[in-house]
Write a new protein. Structure first.
Length: 241
């Protein structure tokens, strides 16, 4: 079993305040009173409970490099970026056409400039890009060879001095591991995710793949906040050219 050093300090990241979460979620309200409010309530719950977006933006610091978000879902990172005054261009890609449609509609309603979305299968060719790259909570939905290919493709799109930022569960065992696997399976069974979880990466192999791709991975840090899940943040940098 993969072992992460005991006592690894968590990143001091926080969920969004409730008022900020509601502000973003309002862009996902249905256009008619009888429309579904599922995306609205999901957005409020996600932003109000998960420190993911605060942790990611801390890791990006102040940069003007364009950002590619792999497996963007309904595009919440783009909204949080603009809410916090981050102006770099953003491209979110996801295989789920329905999520991309909702992301485009919400970004248009919120007036997000330089925020674009594109349907793309992450197991096929990724869009051209040179800047920073995100892959947040997606690796476990690919088998081991596909994970390696995706990490290489993502690394190829990291500019000199840029970063590949991952949040991922690890194959650790224990209570958080079990909770994560259950939640991922339920996300698939409910239809929120279009595929089942396939492979939870091991720490050593993940670091090895990033190094082979020419990146310098930093320390793994917990980024699960008050959630019950097994979530780890890993930032890998490409040395300046």
């Amino acid at each position: 079993m993969t072992v992460v050093p005991a006592g690894t300090p968590p990143l001091p990241a926080s969920p969004l305040p409730a008022t900020h979460a509601r502000q973003i979620a309002s862009a996902f309200l249905p256009e008619t009173p009888w429309g579904s409010r599922g995306a609205y309530y999901y957005t409020r719950a996600k932003l109000g409970s998960d420190p993911l977006y605060d942790g990611v933006l801390q890791s990006l610091q102040e940069t003007t490099r364009p950002l590619l978000d792999l497996g963007c879902g309904i595009g919440l990172l783009g909204h949080v970026m603009r809410q916090r005054g981050r102006a770099q261009s953003y491209l979110g890609v996801d295989v789920d056409a329905g999520k991309i449609a909702r992301a485009e509609t919400a970004a248009r309603r919120a007036g997000l400039a330089e925020v674009r979305f594109q349907r793309a299968d992450l197991q096929q060719a990724l869009p051209p890009h040179a800047g920073d790259v995100m892959a947040l909570d997606v690796l476990q939905y690919f088998d081991a060879p596909a994970q390696a290919a995706l990490l290489q493709a993502a690394a190829d799109r990291v500019a000199p001095g840029g970063k590949l930022i991952l949040r991922t569960p690890l194959a650790l065992g224990g209570r958080r591991d079990r909770a994560t696997r259950l939640a991922d399976r339920l996300a698939w069974l409910s239809g929120w995710m279009g595929t089942r979880p396939r492979h939870y990466p091991e720490r050593e192999r993940l670091l090895e793949l990033l190094a082979q791709a020419g990146l310098r991975p930093g320390a793994l840090r917990p980024l699960h906040g008050r959630t019950p899940f097994n979530s780890w943040l890993l930032v890998a940098e490409r040395p300046p050219g």
